[in-house]
Design a protein around this ligand. Structure first.
Ligand code: NAP
Length: 481
C-alpha cells in the first residue's frame, strides 16, 4: 500500500463526503466518489417534502471541523442543510472526485482488489471500497391492495414531485413518523382537506425552533470558540439523554412529562385519546414537533385510525367500509434500515455474496465498520451505528477516524490487504445482542429499529462507549497482508 493506493467511496452524502475529506487529509488522493444521484447530499438531496428539516440542532448536526456560523435557525431546513454539504464539498475540493449519475450495481473482491460494475456499464478496479450509502435510502412502499389503481397523484415522501401543485387539494398522508409529522403542519396550511392515516400514535417531544439573529451570526464569525461552544453544548445536552434508552432515571421521567404536556395541548378528548400511544416514550424514535398537534386540530384536518383496507381509484377505503376521496396520497411509510449498501451485489473473493452471509448469520459488522468475510471493504454508518435521536455526523466522524488509523497502520507495514477477524466480530455482536435486551427499544412497540426477530439496528450503549470502541483499533483483531 502506498500513496497511489486507490479508493472507491460509494455515496456522496454526509458520510461519503466525510470519508473523502479524511482520506485526503491522510495523504491518499486516488479517490473516486460514486454517486447514483445527479447531485451530492444523499438524504438531503432526495428528501424534499414540504416542512423537511432536521430535528437535531444545526450547530450540532454539522461536521465538528467545519462548523457553520451562518445557520439561520436551530432546526435548519433540508434545503439549508443541503447547501451546507455543497459548501463543504467545495471548500475541501471534493467535486473533482465525484462521479454523478453512477450507481454501483455490483462489486467483487479478487483477493487483491475490488472490481466494481456501474450503471454506466463501466467496470474498474480499486484497492479499497468504502460504502457510505446511508441508512435510510431505500423507501418502503406499504403492501396495501390497490396502491397502483389510484388515479390521482401518489408518491413516497422521499420522492416528492416538486412539479405537482398540492395547494388547495385533498391530501392523504399515510404514516406519522418523523417525516409524516414534519410535513403535516405545512400541508395543513394550504390543503383544502388533509387526512392523516395513523396506524400507531407517536409520542411528540416539543421542539421550539429559534431563529438566529444577524448579531448572533456575526458573533459566531468573530468570537473565537463560540461556534465550538454551540456544537459541544448541544452535543452534551443530547448525549445527556442517552439514559432514556438504557435505564430508568430522570431522563425517562422528564421525557414522560414533556410528551404528556404536549399531548395536553389537544383539546378534544376523542382526538387526544386517538393520539395517545400505549408504549413508553422513546420506544420508537422520538418525534419532535411544536406544531403537529396544532395542525391536527385545524378544521381542514382529519385523523383516521381505522386501518386501510384498500386504495381505490379515487381514494382510500377503510376496514370499516368508510371511503375517502383524494387528489394526492403521500406515503410517509419510512425506509428499510437493513438495506445498507444493497441492492448492490457484493461478493467476496470466494464468490460468496453478502446477502447470503447476512441471511445465514444475521446482519452484523465489526464495530459497525467492517465485515469479516470481506477484505478491504469499509462501511461508514454500518450495522448498529448509533442512530436514533443523535447526530449521525458525530458517529461517522468516529468511524472514519478509526478507518484512517487502520489504513495508516497498513501503510506503515506495506500491507495491501486488511481483514478483520470473524470471532472478534461474533463476540462483539453477541455483546450487542445481550445489551440490547434491556433497552427501551425492546419494551413492546413496533418500530423501524426492529427486524422480524426483534433485533434492533441501533447501538445499545452510550455515545461515550461508541467513541471509546472506535478510538483506536485493536490490531489483534485484524490481519494485514
Ligand atoms: P417511520 O418512522 O418508519 O414511520 C413510518 C410510518 O408509516 C409509521 O407511522 C408507520 O406506522 C406507518 N406505516 C408504515 N407502513 C404502513 C402501512 N402499511 N399502513 C399504515 N401505516 C403504515 O418513517 P419516517 O417517518 O420516514 O422516519 C424514518 C426515520 O427517518 C426517522 O425515525 C428518523 O430517524 C429519520 N428522519 C429524521 C428526521 C429529522 O428531522 N432528523 C426527519 C424525518 C425522518 P407504525 O408506527 O404503526 O409502524
Amino acid at each position: 500500500m502506498n500513496k497511489e493506493t486507490s479508493f472507491c467511496i460509494v455515496g456522496a452524502g454526509m458520510s461519503g463526503l466525510l470519508m473523502c475529506i479524511r482520506l485526503k487529509e491522510a495523504g491518499f488522493t486516488n479517490i473516486r466518489l460514486l454517486e447514483k444521484a445527479p447531485e451530492l447530499g444523499g438524504t438531503w438531496y432526495h428528501n424534499r417534502y414540504p416542512g423537511i428539516a432536521c430535528d437535531v440542532p444545526a450547530p450540532y448536526y454539522s461536521y465538528s471541523f467545519a462548523l457553520n456560523p451562518d445557520w439561520s435557525q436551530k432546526f435548519a431546513s433540508g434545503e439549508e442543510i443541503h447547501a451546507y454539504f455543497k459548501s463543504v464539498a467545495e471548500k475541501y475540493d471534493l467535486l473533482r472526485h465525484i462521479e454523478f449519475n453512477t450507481e454501483v450495481l455490483a462489486a467483487e473482491f479478487n483477493g487483491e482488489q475490488w472490481q466494481l460494475h456501474t450503471s454506466k456499464d463501466e467496470t474498474f478496479k480499486c484497492d479499497f471500497m468504502i460504502s457510505a450509502c446511508g441508512i435510510l435510502h431505500k423507501a418502503v412502499y406499504p403492501e396495501i391492495e390497490g396502491l397502483h389503481d389510484f388515479r390521482g397523484k401518489l408518491f413516497h415522501s422521499s420522492d416528492w414531485d416538486a412539479n405537482y401543485n398540492w395547494k388547495g387539494k385533498r391530501i392523504a398522508v399515510i404514516g406519522n413518523g418523523s417525516t409524516g409529522v414534519q410535513m403535516i403542519p405545512q400541508l395543513a396550511k394550504e390543503a383544502s382537506q388533509l387526512t392523516l392515516f395513523q396506524r400507531s400514535p407517536q409520542w411528540i417531544m416539543p421542539a421550539k425552533n429559534k431563529i438566529y439573529s444577524d448579531r448572533f451570526k456575526k458573533a459566531q464569525h468573530w468570537i473565537p470558540g463560540l461556534k465550538q461552544f454551540q456544537y459541544w453544548s448541544n452535543r452534551k445536552t443530547f448525549e445527556s439523554f442517552t439514559n432514556l434508552v438504557l435505564e430508568e432515571g430522570w431522563q425517562r421521567q422528564l421525557v414522560h412529562r414533556m410528551t404528556r404536556a404536549m399531548l395536553a395541548t389537544v383539546k378534544d378528548e376523542t382526538l387526544k385519546e386517538k393520539l395517545t400511544p400505549d408504549y413508553e416514550p422513546g420506544c420508537k424514535r422520538l418525534v419532535m414537533s411544536n406544531d403537529f398537534y396544532r395542525a391536527m386540530q385545524k378544521e381542514n384536518v382529519n385523523l383516521c385510525t381505522d386501518s386501510i383496507k384498500k386504495i381505490t381509484q379515487n381514494g382510500v377505503e377503510t376496514n370499516k367500509g368508510e371511503t375517502f376521496e383524494f387528489d394526492l396520497i403521500v406515503l410517509a411509510t419510512g425506509f428499510d434500515p437493513r438495506a445498507y449498501m444493497r441492492p448492490m451485489v457484493l461478493k467476496n473473493e470466494n464468490g460468496v455474496a453478502l446477502n447470503e452471509v447476512w441471511q445465514k448469520e444475521g446482519i452484523q459488522a465489526y464495530r459497525t465498520v467492517m465485515l469479516p468475510d470481506f477484505a478491504n471493504f469499509f462501511m461508514v454508518l454500518g450495522p448498529n451505528s448509533p442512530i436514533g435521536n443523535f447526530s449521525v455526523i458525530a458517529a461517522a466522524e468516529d468511524q472514519t477516524q478509526f478507518l484512517i488509523k487502520l489504513l495508516k497502520h497498513a501503510f506503515k507495514q506495506s500491507s495491501k490487504v486488511i481483514r478483520v477477524n470473524k470471532t472478534a466480530t461474533q463476540d462483539y455482536n453477541q455483546r450487542i445482542k445481550e445489551a440490547m435486551k434491556t433497552t427501551i427499544w425492546l419494551t413492546g412497540c413496533n418500530s423501524w429499529y426492529l427486524d422480524e426477530q426483534g433485533n434492533s439496528a441501533t447501538w445499545p450503549w452510550t455515545p461515550q462507549q461508541f467513541r471509546k470502541d472506535l478510538k483506536n483499533p485493536d490490531y489483534r483483531d485484524f490481519s494485514f497482508e
